[in-house]
Design a protein. Structure first.
Length: 228
């Protein structure tokens, strides 16, 4: 539209210039033809008619150009309004673009933080799994130890039973033979001491078993808490 306005203005300027040139030429011709007024008057009339015709043509062109200019002037507010709307749309688009860029930056930051938390959780899970494996190994060791202690206790019980039987047998012998009382009494004391020692060992084995069971229960509780 601007190019059309410029073209119309240029045409109008050219038309005005041509009119001025024509008028100057007419004045020069009139001044030169003053010597022969009759002939020149006819020529002048013809030239005048031609000039008037040309002038009318120029005036028509001027009117056409002015009409186009008026049309452009009428369309100018509409064009300005469209330009303002386009400018507003561009500004809005830039704002939305900035907002999207900010949201994208925030989302990337959240993704990085989430990945860091995931890495920490995975590291903690690996540590817990290692700890659970260690606890499981310790629990198996305690089970083996308890089994060994059970075997030892059973052996001590068997020995105690055998010793009790032996004490009973020796006591019977003492009752049957007064001559062997002193020797048998010493043997009885020795067996009693061994039985007492066996009892103490049995008590120690039972205490160790109870302690091992308590420790296993504690490890099971801790293992369940870690797995939970």
């Amino acid at each position: 539209m601007k190019s059309q306005v410029f073209e119309a203005q240029d045409s109008y300027s050219k038309a005005c210039t041509e009119m001025e040139v024509t008028q100057v030429e007419m004045q020069e011709r009139l001044s030169k033809m003053t010597g022969d007024l009759s002939q020149q008057r006819r020529d002048a009339l013809r030239q005048r008619a031609a000039a008037e015709s040309y002038s009318a043509e120029l005036e028509g062109k001027i009117a056409e150009v002015e009409g186009e200019r008026d049309t452009l002037e009428e369309q100018r507010p509409v064009m300005q309004n469209e330009i303002r709307q386009l400018t507003d749309k561009v500004a809005t688009t830039e704002q939305e673009k900035g907002a999207i860029a900010e949201r994208l930056t925030a989302t990337r930051q959240e993704a990085r933080e989430l990945q860091q938390r995931v890495d920490l959780v995975e590291t903690e899970q690996q540590r817990l799994q290692s700890r659970i494996a260690s606890i499981t190994q310790e629990r198996d060791q305690l089970k083996r130890k308890m089994a060994s202690e059970d075997e030892e206790r059973a052996r001590l019980v068997r020995e105690r039973t055998m010793m009790s039987a032996e004490v009973t047998r020796l006591t019977d012998q003492v009752q049957r033979s007064e001559a062997q009382t002193t020797a048998l009494a010493e043997q009885v004391r020795a067996l009693e001491a061994e039985r007492t020692e066996a009892d103490e060992r049995a008590v120690d084995a039972i205490s160790i078993q109870i302690e091992a069971q308590d420790q296993v229960s504690e490890w099971r509780g801790r293992g369940g808490a870690l797995q939970g």
